[in-house]
Design a protein around this ligand. Structure first.
Ligand code: DQA
Length: 147
């Protein structure tokens, strides 16, 4: 099972930025954890991160052409602004996508309450910090096995 983990702008600053909101684990440690947990589940995990919206769109399209089985995405602030990401996820249906946010965006500023991509994702996990990515792997595995 091939899974692509896509992280958006400023997620590489996790462990440095707003630790009270996002936690103290570094981006590198989070990637290590996801890769380890993926291996335990028999998954082949690829992790990518960019601060540029177009890179995220291209990686979503690549996942389709490179025959990935599923995507976990934390688009950072593009969650709340990007119709391009929504269109990209809609374009690759039925490839399952799980949206993850380290923080509970619903309990923060009102501009973080809207996610454009949610409607095209099979699940959204908010506020479980790095564990959210692991939960996303389990959701994908169950979905892929049952479909
Ligand atoms: C985030 C929440 C977004 O609102 C914010 O812009 C981020 C991180 C999260 O993981 O909680 O960069 O996606």
């Amino acid at each position: 099972m091939k899974i692509l983990i896509i992280n958006g702008p400023n997620i590489n600053m996790i462990g440095i930025r707003e630790k009270n909101i996002y936690g103290t684990l570094s981006y590198e440690k989070i990637i290590q954890l996801i890769t380890q947990e993926g291996k335990k589940r028999g998954m082949e995990i690829t992790c990518v991160q960019s601060n540029h919206e177009g890179d995220l769109v291209t990686w979503i399209q690549d996942a389709y052409f490179e025959k990935y089985d599923g995507i976990v995405i934390n688009p950072g602030a593009y969650t709340h602004t990007s119709i391009a990401l929504l269109d990209a996820i809609k374009a690759i249906v039925p490839l399952p996508v799980v949206e993850v946010h380290l923080s509970n965006v619903d309990e923060r500023e009102s501009f973080r309450h809207l996610s454009y991509i949610s409607q095209a994702c099979i699940a959204t996990i908010k506020g479980h910090k790095e564990q959210g990515y692991i939960e996303a792997l389990d959701i994908l595995q169950a979905h892929i096995t049952n479909n």
